[in-house]
Ligand binder design. Sequence first.
Ligand code: ZN
Length: 180
Amino acid sequence: MTSIEPDGKDWTWVLDRRCDECGFDPAGVTRATLADRLAAGAAGWHERLVADDARRRPFPSVWSPTEYAAHVRDMAGVMVGRLTLILTEEDPSFADWDQDAAALAGDYASEGPGEVAAQVGSAVGELAAAYAAVTQEQWDRPGRRSNGSVFTAYTLGVYALHDLEHHVHDVRHHPGAPRS
Ligand SMILES: [Zn+2]
């Protein structure tokens, strides 16, 4: 199996400015709309993953739609765990999550599109529900990654929403080249 280049890039800049690749603009996300935007991102995966090319990589170094969906499924699960930590502990540190190692360990490339479609829908739905339950006084509660990046309940949600919408964009638009 051809492996994906590890993406060591720090994507936290998406909290501050628009992503030119997918058009995501953090300024357009509010506490009031975050859960609904996440919920909207749970839809459409089934339709994409029943297509003939659901397991095909457009380029050797670009994930197939099924692999992207498996990544989004696991990302949503990680973010639910991080949000829970933020809401239940004082300024917690998050356990590391290496998305590329997770892809290899989980053998995303061999997963069945139909199963992954169901799983990504429910995982993103759970993340949306978790955000729908965040109360006014909880939005600014902090947490941090091991690399020092500080998040709040709100910015973690914006970060997760970008990851979700970016990959929805990826699988709809068949990227012409690997992101770098
Ligand atoms: Zn993006």
